[in-house]
Design a protein around this ligand. Sequence first.
Ligand code: SF4
Ligand code: SF4
Length: 93
Amino acid sequence: MRVFARTPLDISKVIVPRGQVHLIPERCKGCEICVQFCPQNVLCISEERNQKGYRIPMVIPGKETECVNCEFCTLVCPEFAIFTLPWNGDHDG
Ligand code: SF4
Ligand code: SF4
């Protein structure tokens, strides 16, 4: 079956949400589930370790503005160690 792609008529009115990633390092167990589930591939596991010795996730350098605040990472984290907040694009806020 052939599928015809089309551009939604209101595409210019769609505002893509942005999010800022926050981590509670001491809760993290370095399982990488958040990294695997992020649809934007925003996260990776860093070289930094928490007090338990687990390597914690971080935002990939250069992808600081690519989180869409979908909250999948928050949803799948078994340790409630990661969350995002809406971000308006201002690094001071
Ligand atoms: S909120 Fe969504 S896009 Fe942002 S880091 Fe989490 S999974 Fe990725
Ligand atoms: S899913 Fe949670 S516990 Fe696992 S690496 Fe990500 S923040 Fe850490």
